[in-house]
Design a protein around this ligand. Structure first.
Ligand code: MD3
Ligand code: FE
Length: 216
């Protein structure tokens, strides 16, 4: 499958490797961004963004919601995926076809032809929000990649090693950028620096990040 926006570009111009297993497709979701953002807002009307508590008792600065068969939650009991939204007591909104189609197409371009996400985390960053260095390891199968889509204000991503002590590199993520994290990059520490104030024509004062995962 080919994205129309890049249909006439050679592959090497569309796909920049970051490190082993990770590739960035700059602007690959830019054309679809208005629909993606509208869909995020519809999702928020059903399962509102919320600042969850970590098992250590800290409140996260990022507000999160989910869609798909499973959603990621954290509370005093720990981190996990579950089929119900703890705020509504109902299943998470189902994953919109335009979301899963985008994730599957882009994973396939990055060399993961069989990626079918069953969970999508929707992060909303406001000025002052950040996410500290962490690993994503609540999923069962680390041979499955994670696909991330950045929308709205730019934010600096930090990409570390497989130990917390390795010094991370900084990569600015812009509106429309899509990154596929698989293979050797899948368990690397990562986070985002504090979002700086700004105004984006499509999202206003915030940044959204979608991460598509195979939880089970
Ligand atoms: C590298 N989100 O939701 S997206 C997360 O900008 C998360 O909201 C950040 O880290 C954000 O867990 C970063 C990029 C990303 C996502 C998952 C990864 C990079 C990753 C998993 C493994 C390695
Ligand atoms: Fe993460």
């Amino acid at each position: 499958m080919t994205l129309d926006l890049f249909a006439d570009q050679p592959l090497e111009k569309r796909i920049e490797p970051i490190c082993e297993g990770a590739v960035i497709l700059r602007g690959a979701a830019a054309e679809e961004a208005p629909e993606l953002i509208e869909t995020i807002r519809e999702n928020f009307a059903v399962s509102p963004p919320r600042q969850m508590k970590t098992p250590g008792g800290h409140t996260m600065s990022v507000a999160m919601s989910c869609c798909g068969e499973y959603g990621w939650v954290t509370d005093e009991k720990g981190y996990r995926y579950q089929a119900e939204d703890p705020v509504t007591g109902r299943p998470w909104p189902s994953m919109p076809a335009r979301f899963s189609k985008l994730a599957t197409e882009i994973a396939s371009q990055a060399g993961f032809p069989d990626f079918v996400p069953d969970a999508c985390l929707i992060n909303r960053y406001e000025p002052g929000s950040k996410m500290g260095l962490h690993q994503d390891k609540d999923e069962v199968d680390f041979s499955q990649p994670i696909v991330s889509v950045s929308l709205g204000l730019p934010q600096v991503f930090q990409f570390g090693g497989t130990t917390r002590s390795e010094r991370p590199v900084k990569i600015p993520l812009q509106h429309g950028d899509v990154v596929v994290w698989g293979g050797a990059s899948r368990l690397r520490y990562h986070g985002v620096l504090t979002l700086k104030a700004g105004n984006h024509p499509m999202t206003g004062a915030c940044r959204y990040n979608l991460t598509f995962r195979r939880a089970r």
